[in-house]
Design a protein around this ligand. Structure first.
Ligand code: ADE
Length: 273
């Protein structure tokens, strides 16, 4: 039997935020109460893409005034789950640690290295140990990659990103250290978003928007807010196109078994609620 209620939550990172231009039948929906406080916005944009229900939540709030360490990741994920989301597609502005992954390109996350150190709210439970060998859903990774290729965008797959605490960018020594680890990207918002999504049994994947070469590249400008903002203008158009194409592909799949498996893994990871 085909899974009938595919519902997508889009967590829009910097550059995409709460952009609703890809949706039809748009309305604003009040965010339900959560046990974890307020999500990044008190209202989400609801709409449809090819008849699939979609909710968009800007990670950094409507005024873009919530910095990465202060995002209420638990409230965001809880809200999307409460609204019936089965899948979360996140976008994230990232710096590149490799020459071949250039600003303006897209990327698909497969792994992360957690270098955050002050953010709380990392679990919904008193004691839970969510497995993370493949934190980003492999099936959705394939769909995002296929969609980016279809559209003719340069897109890199199977990427590993280092998530730093921020709000500052990395030092040259840190950037080189992350390169020596073999990481591809650096960003500030993946953790704990991805692990919380997994705790809720949500199918989660991240589309990386490559905005800069961090600070290691001798011929290119070092990362700055100005550089990130400029590159994101072009990238957000690409990202929206990829998301729309991906949701159309996702609609063709029966996710029932997949969601059941995610729910079992999530349930089995809880030791004390
Ligand atoms: N987001 C965009 N570029 C970044 C960088 N170089 N480091 C951390 N986060 C980023």
């Amino acid at each position: 039997m085909k899974f009938s209620k595919l519902t997508i939550g889009i967590i829009g990172g910097t550059g995409l935020d709460q952009d609703s231009t890809i949706l039809t039948n748009i309305k604003m929906v009040k965010a339900p109460e959560t046990p974890y406080g307020q999500p990044s916005d008190s209202e989400l944009v609801y709409g449809q893409i090819d008849n699939v229900d979609v909710y968009i939540l800007g990670r950094h709030g409507r005024q873009h005034d919530i910095s990465p360490s202060n995002v209420n990741y638990r409230a965001n994920l809880w809200t999307l789950k409460q609204l019936g989301c089965t899948h979360v597609l996140a976008t994230s502005a990232c710096g590149s640690l490799k020459e071949s992954i250039a600003p303006g390109h897209l990327g698909i996350m497969d792994q992360y290295i957690d270098r955050t150190n002050v953010r709380g709210g990392r679990s919904f439970y008193k004691v839970a140990h969510i497995p993370q060998p493949r934190p980003f859903d492999p099936t959705v990774q394939d769909i995002l990659y296929k969609s980016a290729n279809e559209a003719g965008y340069i897109c890199h797959r199977a990427l590993t990103a280092v998530c730093i605490e921020g709000p500052r960018f990395s030092t040259l020594a840190e950037s080189r250290l992350y390169q020596s680890w073999g990481a591809d990207l650096v960003n500030m918002t993946m953790v704990p978003e991805v692990q919380l999504a997994n705790e809720l049994g949500l199918i989660y994947a991240t589309l990386a928007l490559i905005t800069d070469y961090d600070c290691w590249h001798s011929d290119e400008l070092s990362v700055s807010v100005d550089l990130v903002t400029k590159t994101l203008r072009e990238l957000s158009t690409k990202a929206k196109d990829v998301l729309v194409r991906s949701i159309k592909h996702m609609k063709q799949i029966d996710w029932t078994k997949h969601l059941e498996n995610k729910a079992i893994i999530a349930r089995n990871s809880i030791m004390v609620e």
